[in-house]
Design a protein around this ligand. Structure first.
Ligand code: COA
Length: 168
């Protein structure tokens, strides 16, 4: 398996990955969200990564430009992350998250935020956001809103995702 940047020719397969990973059906929020994120000002092509195995795309992760308010400090919002059901629990998600964090470190990003299961993301160094003085967009998200600080002085504030997250 290799991890590489998504290309325009991958868009249909990426949509299918999220549709399958997040329960199937015609209108899967995560599949629609990825399409909308690509059209948004917060889209950063270097943070849309696919896992490819034998020519087949089996996983995808994306992070987009978010901000820490009130100062507007740039940060990354990770998600969605999806792996095709037949390929889960083989390290694909792990490879994608590690790759994305490495790209963020290389690009001098300061913080990655996400909404997800602490049991999964804790292994990558994500902690409950409020432990690091970062407030979730919605206080009800509690321990599921997690952040990982990257190199540099710590940053704090209330995290705001790219606009499509508020629409889907
Ligand atoms: C969650 C997901 C991305 C993980 O990818 P993956 O390739 O299956 O995961 P990996 O093989 O890298 O890691 C597997 C490990 O994660 C654990 N794991 C998988 N999903 C988990 C979850 N939702 N919560 C906690 N642990 C989880 C497994 O127990 C396994 O740990 P173990 O090997 O110690 O038993 C994938 O299962 C998926 O697409 N799920 C459906 C969509 C989804 O929930 N996305 C995440 C949204 S936050």
């Amino acid at each position: 398996m290799i991890v590489r940047r998504e290309r325009p020719a991958d868009h249909d397969a990426v949509r299918e990955i999220h549709r399958a990973a997040f329960g199937g059906g015609d209108d899967v929020v995560e599949a629609r969200l990825v399409d909308e994120l690509r059209e948004d000002a917060g889209y950063l092509p270097q943070f849309s990564l696919v896992a490819e195995d034998g020519g087949e795309l089996i996983g995808h992760v994306i992070a987009t430009r978010g901000r820490l308010e009130p100062l507007g400090i740039p940060a990354l919002g990770l998600g969605p992350l999806g792996v095709r059901p037949g390929h889960q629990r083989r390290g694909v998600g792990t490879a994608l998250v590690h790759a994305l964090v490495a790209v963020a470190e290389a690009g001098d990003e300061r913080l990655i935020a996400l909404l997800g299961d602490p049991g999964y993301y804790g292994r990558f160094g994500f902690v409950r956001s409020t432990e690091l003085d970062v407030e979730p967009p919605d206080p009800a998200w509690g321990e599921h809103f997690q952040v990982r600080l990257l190199t540099g002085p710590p940053v704090s504030g209330t995290f705001r995702y790219a606009a499509p997250f508020d629409r889907v």
